[in-house]
Write a protein that binds this ligand. Structure first.
Ligand code: FES
Length: 110
């Protein structure tokens, strides 16, 4: 596995419909599990300082806890609130462990 893939945690720590925030160096990242797929975004909202992982996850949309901005965790697109999109990252689960590639976007950013 390439060095750009970073081990994060065991997949069992992230239940269906849950979000989980963590720090990787100076970076704050958020994981989400929806329909048994795992997605990763920056954890800090692009609008102001709030952690998306502490927001409300409804399907593939995370709602920011501070001003209710909404972001699709698959693409990072802001779907409500008119804020910038949030960055997304590629995720793989190997042998029950979650890895994130911090250099690979999961989807094109708008
Ligand atoms: S801080 Fe997230 S919408 Fe304002």
């Amino acid at each position: 596995m390439s060095e750009t893939w970073q081990h994060i945690c065991p997949a069992v720590k992230l239940g269906e419909g849950e979000s989980l925030g963590f720090k990787f160096g100076e970076q704050r990242l958020a994981l989400y599990r929806v329909d048994d797929q795992i997605f990763a975004t920056d954890d800090v909202c692009p609008h102001a300082f709030a952690l998306l992982s502490t927001g409300f996850l409804d399907g593939h949309v995370i709602e920011c806890p501070l001003h209710a901005g909404m972001f699709d965790v698959r693409t990072g697109k802001c779907t409500s609130g008119g804020y910038r999109d949030v960055r997304t990252f590629a995720v793989e689960v190997r042998e029950g462990e979650i890895y994130i590639n911090l250099e690979t976007r999961a989807a094109e950013q708008g």
